[in-house]
Structure formats: structure tokens, C-alpha cells
Design a protein around this ligand. Sequence first.
Ligand SMILES: [Zn+2]
Length: 112
Amino acid sequence: MAKVAKETQGAGKKKKKGMQGKRKCPKCDRIMGVRVTTCDCGHVFIPKAKKKSGGELSLGKITDLIEQAGGLSALKKALSEYNRVVAPIEALGGYDAAQAILSKVEEIRALK
Ligand SMILES: [Zn+2]
């Protein structure tokens, strides 16, 4: 999985002196680090939704990725195959479930 390089964001963001990396619990006013997700008082900080990385794929990057996939036609074929192959497995509840059903069927057939 390719990680997208972090963008330098926050132009015009207000910086409070001494408050960097800190936040205040709205419930008990305790100051704590931003990485703390649950306050001692029980308040849970809901993490902000991550910015979608859509639109960050440049044409060059796309070309590279398609090449990795073995070319555009290979990618298209793989995608259409994926649906055809995976849909019936997912209908059974996933790979393991499908495997279990299959072995059960073979078991029953063997008994006949
Ligand atoms: Zn608190």
C-alpha cells in the first residue's frame, strides 16, 4: 500500500503559544496531549475524519500503477474477473465460509 506524502497544510491556522500538541477536555478542563484519546474523567475524543486522499493521483502516478498491474487491459480484465470470481464467494459469506461449504458438499458426495 503506497502511502501518500503528507501535505503541508494549515496555512493561516492560528497557533496558540504553549498549546501545541495539547488540548483541553471539554468535560473537566484538563489539559492533555493530542494523542490522548480518552480523558481520565471518561470523556472520549472522537478523532477527526481523515482528509480523503482523492485527487492526489497524478497522471504519472496512475501510469506507474497501471504498469504495476500489468497494463491497462490486464487491469481491466482483472477487475472484471474480480467481480465474477469474488461475488459468488462473498454471497456465501467470504472465502472461509465458501471453503467450508465446498468441503461439506464434497463430504456429502463422498457418502453417496
Ligand atoms: Zn476530562
